[in-house]
Design a protein around this ligand. Structure first.
Ligand code: ACO
Length: 319
């Protein structure tokens, strides 16, 4: 039996840190409002010239180094992003060229904030099929470019960044089980309802959100999908060493852990440091907790996400 295992992690944040106090100077908001509603203290915003592929490149280099592999070993690249550099080619193809790799398949996955969990699960299936042996899976976003900076209800919530893992074929399970879902009926509560047509933007090119509706939906499905994933492999909530939900909002994270019956000490929180980085948030949090020594070899980690679509999913991973 072939399984896939995470053998390296990496992440990258742009240098431009923007605190809540910085936002107070730009708009009618307050550190107190942002922290009490979301837990966010700061976010990092990409500067001119920085793109999803350039952030992905730095995160990928860190993951490649931590895996101790040569970039040439990578035989599959999947990038999760909703803010690609171009309409085409894919950000994965741009990343492939920047890494100096040729020939292996490279494609993007678009599942908004669930993108990394979708991409990880997809790469796991490619590896389990025996067709590929070493995948680079990345979540990378420049969400600051699709925010309406006049809408204080959304722009304070998000940031830019990237996270990556190297997934290799192994005799022992790394990705133990996963579950993916979508329900397009909920397009109205979170979307960027615009596109390019005949050289012009049509519709609305900014992120629009019904915050309370998203909150309720997210907490419900994160609980359900974690239990579903555990059910697939016959494990219990008590078997989970660490919970890494999509880093959207501290209150969503804490509610999810509480509903699952997991103590707060098992919850990895990085949203305070970088805001909601959409598809980058789960691998950013994973890399942070691996590097600071909390997540160690053998630990079981529940990765889970929910995002526009709506999409949601989880992967139970043994490190
Ligand atoms: N600063 C100050 N005041 C603000 C701000 C701001 N940045 N934004 C909104 N407000 C005001 C509103 O204008 C409103 O004022 P009013 O009552 O005078 O009209 C008031 O604050 C609304 O406050 P609350 O009702 O307390 O807001 P709520 O508790 O619903 O919190 C929030 C809003 C934080 C968006 C919440 O609904 C939420 O967390 N939703 C989840 C959204 C989320 O995480 N989305 C991430 C993207 S989706 C994903 O990743 C899955």
């Amino acid at each position: 039996m072939i399984y896939s295992r995470i053998v390296g992690t990496g992440s990258y944040l742009p240098h431009n840190a923007v605190t809540n106090a910085d936002l107070e100077r730009r708009m009618d908001t307050s550190d107190e409002w942002i922290r009490s509603r979301t837990g966010i203290r700061q976010r990092y915003l990409a500067q001119e010239g920085e793109t999803s592929s350039s952030l992905a490149l730095e995160a990928s280099r860190a993951a490649i180094a931590s895996a101790g592999i040569d970039a040439g070993e990578i035989d599959l690249i999947i990038v999760a992003t909703s803010t690609p550099d171009y309409i085409f080619p894919s950000t994965a193809c741009l990343l492939q060229a920047k890494l100096g790799i040729k020939g292996c398949p490279a494609f993007d996955v678009q599942a908004v904030c669930s993108g990394f969990v979708y991409a990880l699960s997809t790469a796991d299936m490619f590896i389990r099929s025996g067709q590929h042996r070493c995948a680079l899976v990345v979540g990378a976003e420049v969400f600051s470019r699709i925010l309406d900076w006049n809408d204080r209800g959304t722009c304070v919530l998000f940031g830019d960044g990237a996270g990556a893992v190297i997934l290799k074929a192994d005799q022992k399970p790394g990705i133990i089980a996963s579950a993916l879902h979508a329900d397009g009926a909920h397009v109205g509560i979170l979307s960027v309802p615009g596109s390019i047509c005949n050289g012009r933007v049509t519709g609305d090119p900014f992120l629009r959100m019904d915050g309370p509706a998203v909150f309720k939906f997210a907490v419900r499905v994160l609980d359900e999908v974690a239990r579903e994933t555990l059910g697939k492999c016959g494990l219990q909530v008590g078997d989970v060493d660490w919970l890494i939900p999509h880093q959207a909002n501290l209150r969503i994270l804490e509610s999810t852990a509480k509903r699952l019956g997991l103590p707060p000490e098992k919850l990895i929180v990085t949203v305070d440091m970088h805001g909601n980085t959409s598809a980058a948030s789960v691998p950013l949090a994973l890399d942070t907790a691996v590097r600071d020594g909390r997540i160690r070899s053998g630990h079981k980690v529940m990765l889970q996400a929910v995002g526009g679509g709506f999409t949601w999913g989880a992967a139970l991973v043994q490190m």
